[in-house]
Write a protein that binds this ligand. Structure first.
Ligand code: SF4
Length: 409
């Protein structure tokens, strides 16, 4: 279901199905990733697919580059928890073998399969089997004739490549395609997708290719995909990171949740950036909380705040939060103090309360708390901290006096 918070009208597209997952036509934007195992390694590939599915991946792609890979797919597909797409480069016969293996869809790179009769043979077979195909144009493997005609890899050249390919599919009456025009250059990729979305109503698969390792790769991919998604462009996405593919799936899911395009599945952890007023190592507590929540399916917003002076107020919209004060953690639910725990138990208490709220709801959590006692304790710590640190927690006034003295000397 599309997230209720989404404020961005989606561009209307046709709908197709990759196995049980609908793509385009108002379906929720789906998350894709790709295994990095040898596809012939059936058990290794399945273990990775299960890890990807747990991290939020909706559709997985496996390379089908040799006969052993196609044979592996025949065993992987029936045991996979999510639909499987075969990635085909160069050899069109591998596409036919993958379809024989039972995959739910194909990805073809038109830059690598250039003979129209081969493309049409694959398209005819996919049409007869009712399988979708992604036409994956890639800035790095553009047809040399288009490169020459457009004077390089330009958005226009990438869109022309996609349209040229579509024509082969249309020739055999095949319309179940989605398209990608990926590039590693973000402005190029964004403009290519914008132009493509004007030229076709086929669903679009977004990605910044070869984005590289995180964090730079995450930033580049997010910059490109978020820009387009906010314009209503994009029906399915993939982060191409030089990292464990589980990170790709997690990032994809988190991006869609952050934009309100998918409902929250796991904890959304928010945390203050810390400052001179912090009573605890916020970075450490936040990281430990992230690890403790892991892939637990608790669709709540949880806050970790460094001080009880400002924390509960700043994070009052969170379902649950904790703020540090005088070596104690003050738990709050929707901005109301509900319990005080020793600093060493902050993370455990957060997990316990999150599970309680998920199971019984916010009202029940507030009802089980001794709110009066918790608020009194929080008020006591708050005023003790204000007495000790005053309003100028970062000692700016002291510094100003010191700067003036230095300059005057
Ligand atoms: S004032 Fe408190 S809650 Fe705000 S950044 Fe500083 S430590 Fe965190």
């Amino acid at each position: 279901m599309q997230g209720a918070e989404s404020r961005y009208p989606r561009r209307p597209t046709r709908q197709l199905h990759v196995g049980s997952v609908a793509v385009g036509g108002g379906a929720p934007v789906s998350v894709q990733s790709m295994t990095i195992t040898k596809t012939a390694d059936v058990e290794g590939t399945l273990a990775q697919i299960y890890a990807l599915a747990a991290a939020g991946c909706d559709i997985v792609r496996c390379t089908c580059n040799e006969a052993e890979a196609a044979e592996g797919l025949a065993q992987i597909v029936p045991r996979s928890p999510i639909p499987v797409i075969a990635d085909i480069h160069h050899q069109y016969r591998m596409a036919l073998a993958a379809m024989e293996a039972g995959v739910h869809g194909l990805r073809l790179n038109p830059g690598n399969i250039r003979r129209p009769e081969h493309i049409k043979a694959v398209a005819s077979e996919a049409r007869d089997r009712g399988l979708p195909i992604r036409i994956g144009v890639n800035g790095g493997s553009l047809d040399p004739s288009l490169y020459e005609r457009f004077g390089g890899v330009t958005p226009e050249a990438m869109v022309a490549s996609a349209l040229q390919e579509i024509a082969y599919f249309d020739d055999v009456g095949f319309t179940d395609y989605k398209i990608s025009v990926k590039a590693s250059n973000v402005p190029l990729m964004v403009e290519a997708y914008r132009q493509l979305s004007e030229a076709t109503d086929a669903p679009l698969h977004l990605g910044v290719t070869e984005a590289g390792p995180p964090p730079a790769g995450l930033v580049k991919a997010t910059a490109g995909m978020a820009t387009l998604l906010l314009e209503g462009i994009g029906d399915t996405i993939r982060y191409s990171l030089t990292a464990d593919p589980v990170e790709e799936a997690r990032a994809g899911r988190q991006l869609l949740e952050a934009l309100g395009l998918r409902e929250r599945k796991n904890v959304d952890l928010i945390a203050c950036p810390s400052c001179g007023r912090a009573e605890v190592d916020v970075i450490d507590v936040a990281n430990r909380a992230m690890a403790a929540f892991g892939e637990r399916q608790l669709p709540l917003q949880v806050a970790v705040m460094g001080c009880v002076v400002n924390g509960p107020g700043e994070a009052r919209e969170a379902d649950l939060g904790i703020a540090a004060g005088n070596k104690r953690g003050h738990l709050f639910v929707k901005g109301r103090n509900v319990a005080v725990v020793p600093e060493s138990e902050m993370v455990d208490a957060l997990v316990e309360w999150a599970e309680y709220i998920h199971e019984h709801g916010t009202e029940a959590a507030l009802a089980r708390a001794d709110v009066t006692v918790a608020e009194r304790e929080a008020a006591r710590d708050r005023s003790a901290l204000l007495d000790a640190k005053g309003a100028d927690a970062n000692h700016a006034q002291e510094r100003i006096v010191e700067i003036r003295r230095t300059v005057a000397e």
